[in-house]
Design a protein around this ligand. Structure first.
Ligand code: CUA
Length: 308
């Protein structure tokens, strides 16, 4: 919880977050007030009109047309306020400004991939400039995911066969958590990334840095962010085997045989994960990483080789 968050809501860090919160608080407080009024009236009537004498017969009560009109008209007005307010906000949230900066977002088991207009790629971090509308064009390479940044009040499904999009404009530099909020398999809860909001100048220099050619192992280190939900590099066991100190060793396989963990084995395990299953692990690695370019695969192999 930061400067403008509360017990109920995280910090509001996009241009539309305040409006989303205002509507939330309007619904919250009108509901609370009406709830309190109903309970108070109920308690009052329970005690005021308690039956004290078995033989007492009340005189018939006739309806009050003013009261009945009021409880038809007032809730209708409240509902229409919430509807028009919500619809207006929905239209704003679904209509990216025409000068938006576009980022292509791909969800896959279990990582987020970000591709920028200039061709740069990033994995565990999505860089965006502060004070500029950013439109995300999202798709999935496998199953349903959902893209969620609480501080920006945006959440949208990411689907395999269709593009979906959301937009936001960040109001302050900082780092904010990105979640996957649709159960998508074993490592769903590890499918995390961060949005890094920086100044226009820092963004421009970051993009420039990305478009320079990296040495293979450094490219591999960047790409490895996709693998980190399942593979540790400090020897600890996640749902996949740790990858440090692997290169050049004899690897015991689930079928009882062994294989030398050389470049060919590493490459095969990325492109066709089911081919050789490490002993003690389930064959659950998604095949979706085979879409990487030859250069990217070489980079990953070089990085894994370098891990001690
Ligand atoms: Cu991707 Cu849950």
């Amino acid at each position: 919880m930061g400067d403008n968050g509360s017990v109920w809501l995280p910090d509001a860090m996009s241009t539309l977050a305040g409006e989303v919160d205002a509507l939330f608080w309007f619904v919250f407080w009108t509901s609370t007030i009406i709830f309190a009024m109903v309970i108070v009236a109920k308690l009052y009537f329970v005690f005021r009109y308690k039956r004290t004498d078995d033989k007492y017969v009340p005189s018939p009560v006739h309806e009050s047309q003013a009261l009945e009109a009021a409880w038809i008209v007032l809730p209708t007005i409240l509902t229409l306020i919430v509807f028009t307010w919500g619809f207006d906000l929905f239209v704003k949230m679904s209509t990216p400004p025409p000068d938006s900066y576009e980022i292509t977002v791909r969800g896959k088991q279990w990582a987020w991939e970000f591709e920028y207009a200039e061709g740069a790629l990033s994995f565990s971090e999505m860089y965006v400039p502060v004070g500029r509308p950013v439109k995300l064009i999202m798709s999935s390479t496998d199953v349903l995911h959902s893209f969620f940044i609480p501080e920006f009040r945006i959440k949208h499904d990411v689907l395999p066969n269709r593009y979906t999009s959301v937009w936001f404009e960040a109001t302050q530099a900082g780092r904010y958590q990105i979640y996957c909020t649709e159960y998508c398999g074993t490592e769903h809860s590890g499918m995390l990334a961060e949005v890094v909001v920086v100044s226009e100048e820092d963004f421009a220099s970051w993009i420039l840095e990305q478009s320079q050619d990296l040495p293979p192992a450094e490219l591999g280190e960047q790409l490895f962010a996709q693998c980190a939900a399942c593979h540790a590099i400090d020897g600890s066991v996640k749902i996949g085997p740790p990858l440090n100190g692997l290169y050049g060793t004899q690897r015991a396989l689930a079928d009882g045989s062994t294989v030398t963990a050389d470049e060919d084995y590493l490459k095969e395990s990325i492109l066709n994960p089911a081919a050789k299953i490490a002993a003690g692990y389930q064959p659950i690695m998604p095949a979706g990483y085979s879409g990487m370019s030859a250069k990217q695969i070489d980079g990953l192999v070089a990085y894994i080789k370098s891990l001690e």
